[in-house]
Design a protein around this ligand. Structure first.
Ligand code: DNO
Length: 352
C-alpha cells in the first residue's frame, strides 16, 4: 500500500513541499480543474502538473476525478459525444502518466477515479460542526437535509468539481426524479462497457467512488451504496479495469455496510482507497471525525489488515480531515488533520 495525498493544484493553499514532509507520502492525487465536465482533457496541462509534482519530489499516481457529465448518467442525447470526450481524457492521462509514458519509478498502474452520483457529489448539511474536542468537521444531519432545497441554491460545497446554475439544478432534479434508479444503473453499466476496454488497453485502472452518503437524497437516485451494488456491478462488467475506490467514510455512513468485510470481499477490485473514519450520530445522520479507530465507528486497523490480506498493494489516502489548531482552509481538506490521518495509516501499514 502506498500513501498518497489529495492536492487541488493551483486552487490549493497547501504547497507540495509541505505534503512532501508528511512521513511516507510520495503519491499525489489530483485532477485538471479548469475543463468543465464533458470537455476532453489535453496533454499539456497534465504534463505541466506532472513536472510540478515531480519537481517537489513526489509522484502523480492517481487522477481524482474525471467528472462524468449528467448526460451519461441520464443517458440523454449528448451521451455518446460525452463518452467520447471522457475516453479522450483517459487517453491524455495515459499519454502523460500511463505505462507508455516516461517511467516514474513506480510500477503500480495509474488510477482514474470517478463517481456516478447524480448532480451532487458528497453532500453535507454542516461544514464546520463543532466536535467535543473543539475541532470542527463536516456533518450530515437527516432533518437539516430534509429542509434544504438545492433548487434554491442552498447547496454548493467546496470540493465539488461540477457547478451548476440554479436553473440547471432545477432541470436536473426534475429529470432525475423521473428516472428510476434502475435506469441510472443501466447507464453506468453501458458507460463502463464503453470505457473499461479503453482503460484496459491504455494500462489504466478505473475506480468508482461510492455515493456519499450511500442513500438517495433530494428525491433523486443513488446507486452505489454497498456490497450488493458492487457485486452486481463487477458481475455485469467483469473487465479488470473496472475497479473500486473503497471509501470507508462514504460507505461507512450507513450502518448496513461492514467496511472490514467489504475490504476483504472486494480487495481484488480495489484500485484505490480513501481511508477515514465517521461517527454515526442517529438514523441517517453522521459526523466526520479523526482517523483514529477510537474516534468513530470505522475500524480502520481492520480495514487496512483486510486489504493487505487480500493482496491489495495500490494507493491509499487519508480523506477529509477535521479543522484543528486554528487552521483555515477548504473544509475537509486542510493539512494538519489529514497529515495526522496519513501518519495513522502509515503506522497501520507498517505494523504487522
Ligand atoms: C470528497 C471526495 C469526493 C470524490 C469524488 C470522486 O471529498 O471523496 O469528492 O473525490 O466523488 O469522484
Amino acid at each position: 500500500m502506498h500513501l498518497t495525498f489529495r492536492w487541488y493544484a493551483e486552487r490549493d493553499s497547501i504547497p507540495l513541499n509541505h505534503i512532501r514532509q508528511i512521513p511516507g507520502v510520495r503519491g499525489i492525487v489530483s485532477a485538471l480543474y479548469d475543463p468543465p465536465p464533458g470537455k476532453a482533457w489535453t496533454v499539456a496541462p497534465l504534463r505541466a502538473m506532472r513536472r510540478r509534482v515531480e519537481d517537489a519530489g513526489l509522484e502523480l499516481r492517481v487522477v481524482e476525478s474525471i467528472p462524468v457529465p449528467e448526460s451519461i448518467k441520464l443517458g440523454d442525447r449528448d451521451r455518446d459525444r460525452d463518452v467520447a470526450s471522457w475516453i479522450a481524457s483517459l487517453k491524455a492521462v495515459a499519454e502523460v502518466l500511463g505505462p507508455a509514458s516516461v517511467p516514474t519509478g513506480s510500477e503500480a498502474p495509474v488510477v482514474v477515479t470517478y463517481n456516478f452520483m447524480p448532480v451532487f457529489d458528497w453532500t453535507r448539511s454542516n461544514l464546520a460542526k463543532i466536535l467535543e474536542d473543539g475541532s470542527t468537521a463536516l456533518a450530515y444531519d437527516a432533518t437539516e437535509v430534509s429542509r434544504m432545497d438545492p433548487a434554491e441554491g442552498e447547496l454548493d460545497l467546496p470540493g465539488w468539481l461540477a457547478r451548476y446554475s440554479r436553473e440547471d439544478i432545477y432541470k436536473l432534479l426534475v429529470a432525475y426524479r423521473e428516472t428510476p434508479p434502475e435506469t441510472v444503473y443501466a447507464n453506468l453499466v453501458s458507460f463502463l462497457r464503453d470505457v473499461a476496454p479503453e482503460a484496459e488497453a491504455l494500462g489504466l485502472r478505473l475506480a468508482i467512488h461510492p455515493d456519499d452518503p450511500p442513500w438517495p437524497i433530494f428525491g433523486i437516485p443513488r446507486i452505489m451504496t454497498g456490497a450488493a451494488s458492487l457485486r452486481r456491478l463487477f458481475a455485469d462488467v467483469p473487465s479488470p479495469a473496472n475497479g473500486l475506490c473503497l471509501c470507508s467514510g462514504s460507505f461507512g455512513a450507513s450502518p448496513d455496510n461492514d467496511i472490514p468485510a467489504m475490504a476483504a470481499e472486494f480487495s481484488p477490485r480495489v484500485a484505490f482507497a480513501h481511508l477515514r473514519n465517521v461517527r454515526i450520530t442517529g438514523p441517517g445522520s453522521f459526523e466526520e471525525c479523526a482517523h483514529w479507530k477510537g474516534a468513530g465507528d470505522i475500524d480502520l486497523p481492520a480495514v487496512v489488515a483486510a486489504l493487505r490480506d487480500g493482496g491489495f498493494d495500490g494507493p491509499v489516502r487519508p480523506d477529509h480531515g477535521r479543522m484543528i489548531w486554528d487552521e483555515a482552509g477548504k473544509p475537509g481538506y486542510g493539512l494538519y488533520d489529514r497529515a495526522l490521518g496519513a501518519s495513522y495509516l502509515q503506522g497501520l501499514i507498517d505494523a504487522r
